[in-house]
Design a protein around this ligand. Structure first.
Ligand SMILES: Cc1cc2nc3c(=O)[nH]c(=O)nc-3n(C[C@H](O)[C@H](O)[C@H](O)COP(=O)(O)OP(=O)(O)OC[C@H]3O[C@@H](n4cnc5c(N)ncnc54)[C@H](O)[C@@H]3O)c2cc1C
Length: 480
């Protein structure tokens, strides 16, 4: 540990109550915290210290204590640690501020106030007795911070917009150590900047999110084989580009490979209709695909908690996991070719231990994009007058670090060829979705110059000495 880091930890010890700072000497506690990230790429990093604040005041005290060390000491902000982007929520030899002990949920004035250490599953459980829901992560295990500051797709996004667009107030500790509220009335520029600006502007301690009345939904999974995939893409494009596109739908269409399924790829539709309607017509082309694995079909009317629990899956951690993504227009040829490219490149890594991976399509329907201005704006730079956008997510899990290089190579090759195909057809959308981005994909700059300028202006105002640029280096930064 460098002398400056040791000094910063001593300075923290003077202001922070005993027991909140966990160093490697407390091996059992430190290891269990540091190994609890979704991806081994985050757990590979060893911070000099993990700080577990229990109140917003302790977060503010941290920011004030660390300020004199900016330039010499780095820190990372961690919520649930579910984003696999290396170094976004952990830091080698620095200080990781882990927000897990900031707890609390309160329904007030049509919103739910969510402390930054909660997970979406607890939010949904809290809201269910009130007959309410929010736009939140599709898995119970996802943290609030990553999704609510970097966009965020939910089951309800077609009807309600991005997760960040539904945050009506951010309570945030800025570089001065002040605790500010950012909403439509106070600090409006900070409110908009936090809707896509990630960890560049401060440490959010509470998110107030708009609720809406919501009963059960219809959803689940349908498994089928590869020859039917092009027809499913065509059905998706038809639905999204229809002037009558149904705002209650949410689609995830995948080609997937897992060694436990045998040598062939399989296809999976994860489908949601956000009303308690059995077999709704808008989902019929996808739920009725034939032939399908009937015994694996899970479509049913269920609560949000049940739907998000199904998405959580095996809940492994410390496996090797990475995401990469590209966005394209709703072009059948690009999306079909993209799947073929992914299958071709996959051959090189099929024998990597524990490999599970997918080529997954998720949509930003026009109805979702139109909600941004209705809800007060964001900095993502997606134009609502455009056609729908389809996010192509390459998601890979594997078991063994020795396979890192070749798995990353597979993903990068597939991504590049898909980008080239989309570009050659004039179907590439320059936006990169931060939540699914890998280190070489500068999501921030993909928001466009005007939005980057807006973010830089907010940064200079709320963080004039660049603390969150120089000391909190994970993710994507505003000044290069
Ligand atoms: C099973 C599963 C399901 C998923 N489902 C969805 C989904 O439905 N929709 C979707 O869009 N994505 C989804 N994802 C992607 C994932 O949720 C995101 O990558 C998200 O960023 C994780 O959030 P987190 O808060 O756990 O992030 P962390 O990994 O803890 O942090 C992510 C980034 O956010 C910053 N950050 C976190 N909290 C704060 C805060 N309070 N203040 C300032 N900065 C903060 C961190 O510094 C870091 O850079 C899913 C992932 C998994 C594994």
């Amino acid at each position: 540990m460098s002398g400056k880091v040791a000094q910063a930890i001593s300075a923290l010890r003077e202001t922070i109550p005993h027991g909140r700072l966990i160093t490697p000497e407390a091996a059992e506690k430190y290891d269990s915290l540091n190994n609890s990230y979704l991806s081994g790429f985050e757990s590979d990093l060893s911070p000099a210290c993990i700080f577990l604040p229990e109140s917003k005041e302790e977060v503010a005290a941290f920011v004030r204590a660390i300020r004199p060390f900016v330039g010499d000491v780095q820190f990372a902000i961690r919520a649930a640690g579910q984003q696999p982007l290396p170094g976004c929520a952990n830091v080698q030899d620095g200080i990781t501020i882990d927000l897990r002990n900031l707890r609390g949920l309160k329904v007030r004035d049509g919103n739910v106030e969510i402390a930054a250490g909660e997970r979406w599953g607890s939010v949904y459980e809290h809201l269910e007795p009130y007959g309410l829901a929010v736009t939140g992560g599709k898995s119970t295990s996802c943290g609030i911070g990553g999704l609510a500051t970097q966009g965020g797709l939910s089951f309800y996004s077609s009807r309600e917009g991005f997760i960040c667009d539904n945050v009506v107030n951010f309570e945030v500790v800025v570089a001065s150590g002040e605790i500010l509220n950012a909403n439509a009335q106070e600090n409006l520029d900070l409110w908009v900047a936090l809707r896509g600006g990630g960890n560049n502007l401060g440490i959010v301690t509470r998110f107030d999110v708009r609720t809406f009345e919501q009963g059960p939904l219809y959803g689940g999974m349908v498994w089928y084989s590869k020859p039917s995939f092009p027809g499913q893409i065509a059905a998706l494009v038809k639905e999204l580009t229809s002037p009558e596109a149904d705002v209650e739908t949410h689609f995830m269409l995948s080609i997937a490979y897992a060694q436990l399924f045998g040598n062939d790829v399989v296809c999976l539709n994860q489908l949601y209709y956000t009303q308690p309607v059995e077999d709704p017509p808008a989902l019929a082309p996808f739920t009725h695909v034939q032939p399908q694995r009937d015994e694996m079909n899970t479509m049913k009317i269920q609560t949000l908690v049940q739907a998000a629990t199904e998405q959580t899956g095996a809940g492994q951690s410390k496996i090797r996991c990475l995401y990469m993504n590209v966005n394209v227009k709703a072009d059948i040829e690009t999306l079909t070719k993209g799947g073929d490219i992914w299958c071709e490149e996959l051959e090189a890594v099929k024998n990597a231990a524990g490999l599970m991976c997918s080529y997954t399509l998720q949509a930003y329907p026009v109805s979702l994009l139109q909600k941004t201005s209705v809800r007060g704006g964001n900095v993502l730079g997606l134009d609502p007058s455009n056609d729908p956008v389809i996010n192509v997510l390459l998601l890979t899990y594997w078991a063994d670090k020795s396979d890192d290089e070749r798995v990353i190579d597979f993903m990068q090759k597939a991504l590049k060829r898909i980008e080239q195909t989309a570009d050659a057809r004039g179907q590439l959308v320059p936006f990169i979705y931060w939540n699914y981005a890998f280190s070489h994909q500068d999501a921030l700059r993909s928001y466009g110059e005007e939005n980057v300028r807006k973010l830089q202006k907010a940064s200079k105002k709320y963080d004039p000495h660049g603390m969150f640029q120089k000391a909190c280096t994970g993710g994507f930064k505003l000044f290069k």
